[in-house]
Design a protein around this ligand. Structure first.
Ligand code: AR6
Length: 172
């Protein structure tokens, strides 16, 4: 089984043990993939999120998945793009690493990620894809307990960027 895959789809339909939410620091929902996950999980997800006290950018907190097929949702606020000189790359890498740590701690063998920060937060897509793929590969190299990570891309342009980053990393 490939341990890191790029696929096209709707992350709310994923049957992985955990799906990751590109959240904001309030953890109280929003638009984009965050809104879609809250709609699909049902109102109990927001009830649990209200107990968490928010989350800092680059960190990650886990909840149950409620009406989703996934057992857990891992919520991580990505960085807002401010030109690239404000720690955006390190914060984005931290989102992937911290989310995978929550997955490992909670016995998740399979995890699905959306393209964190490349929507409303305007992180440049190709740069985000390189950061994401590198972070996930680095984590998988030292964490056997994670069997598969799926990068779930909502549109063709996003899928192409992540597939290109994955191909480039495999060529190393
Ligand atoms: N499945 C997979 N990917 C999706 C889905 C879906 N169902 N829906 C959208 N995407 P964004 P951000 C893609 O804006 O940039 C929210 O309001 C989308 O096409 O959702 O991290 C939060 O509350 C894009 O490629 O997240 C925050 O306030 C990617 O998900 C803010 O947006 C990320 O786009 C976070 O902004």
């Amino acid at each position: 089984m490939e341990r890191l895959l790029v696929v096209r789809g709707d992350i709310t339909r994923e049957r992985t043990d955990a799906i990751v939410n590109a959240a904001n620091c309030s953890l109280l929902g929003g638009g984009g993939v965050d809104g879609a996950i809250h709609r699909a999980a049902g109102p109990r997800l927001l009830d649990e999120c209200r107990t968490l006290g928010g989350c800092r950018t680059g960190e990650a907190k886990i909840t149950k998945g409620y009406d989703l097929a996934a057992k857990y949702v891992i919520h991580t606020p990505g960085p807002v793009w401010h030109g690239g000189a404000h720690g955006e790359d390190a914060l984005l890498r931290s989102c992937y690493i911290e989310s995978l740590k929550r997955a490992s701690e909670n016995g998740c063998a399979t995890v699905a990620f959306p393209s964190i920060s490349t929507g409303v937060y305007h992180f440049p897509l190709e740069r985000a894809a390189a950061v994401a793929i590198t972070a996930i590969r680095d984590y998988l190299a030292v964490h056997d307990e994670i069997e598969q990570v799926r990068m779930v891309c909502f549109d063709a342009r996003t899928e192409a960027a992540y597939q290109h980053a994955l191909d480039a990393a495999e060529g190393l």
